[in-house]
Ligand binder design. Sequence first.
Ligand code: PRP
Ligand code: URA
Length: 209
Amino acid sequence: MPELIVVDHPLVQHKLTLMRRRHTATADFRRLVREVALLLGYEITRDLPLETIAIDTPLEPMQASTLAGKKLCLVSILRAGNGLLDGMLDLVPSARVGHIGLYRDPATLQPVEYYYKVPEDLAERPVILVDPMLATANSAVAAVSRVKRDGATDIKFACLLAAPEGVRRFHEAHPDVPIFTAAVDRGLNDHGYILPGLGDAGDRIYGTK
Ligand code: PRP
Ligand code: URA
């Protein structure tokens, strides 16, 4: 069964409301994306495997839990994905990082790839793809297909906002990839923007409009 996890923690919902407000300043928006990314990341990494190792506390030896296996890989869908990436890296500083450069052609709403760089051993790592907006899902579907071509099998997708249309399309294309989001909004407008949404995530993070 395709999974949709809405992270309804009160702090996430409060910060999301601040981000949605049209007059929230760029610096505040960017800080809020980073903070929410950390909270989403906490949920997404909940099932990371642990192993037990021997350590010494100042008082005595003990068997203690530590993350097992290869370090996870965060893959940011440029450019707005970098807003989420920063918060997730605060949480998992030793994660490896990949980048997929995609922009939506405004006329066709189809993604255009302009950059791709991921760790060589992606197939051996848990992968978390990050992009604030899942609108038509064309970008996210293409990004997941791209990392699958490089062998990734353990994949999760994290966003701030999703449209119901995007969730359906994503689940049809990649039923094996769970979606983590802070909210599912009402729908899309004629230009593929999420309603009520928060506007253009890249522009709001970087102040380009
Ligand atoms: C935005 C957003 C997603 C995409 C979502 O990126 O960050 O990547 O749109 O839309 P979709 O689900 O309909 O594909 P945009 O193309 O505006 O590029 P940017 O991140 O460079 O601003
Ligand atoms: N991309 C955005 O940045 N915002 C939307 O609402 C839809 C796509």
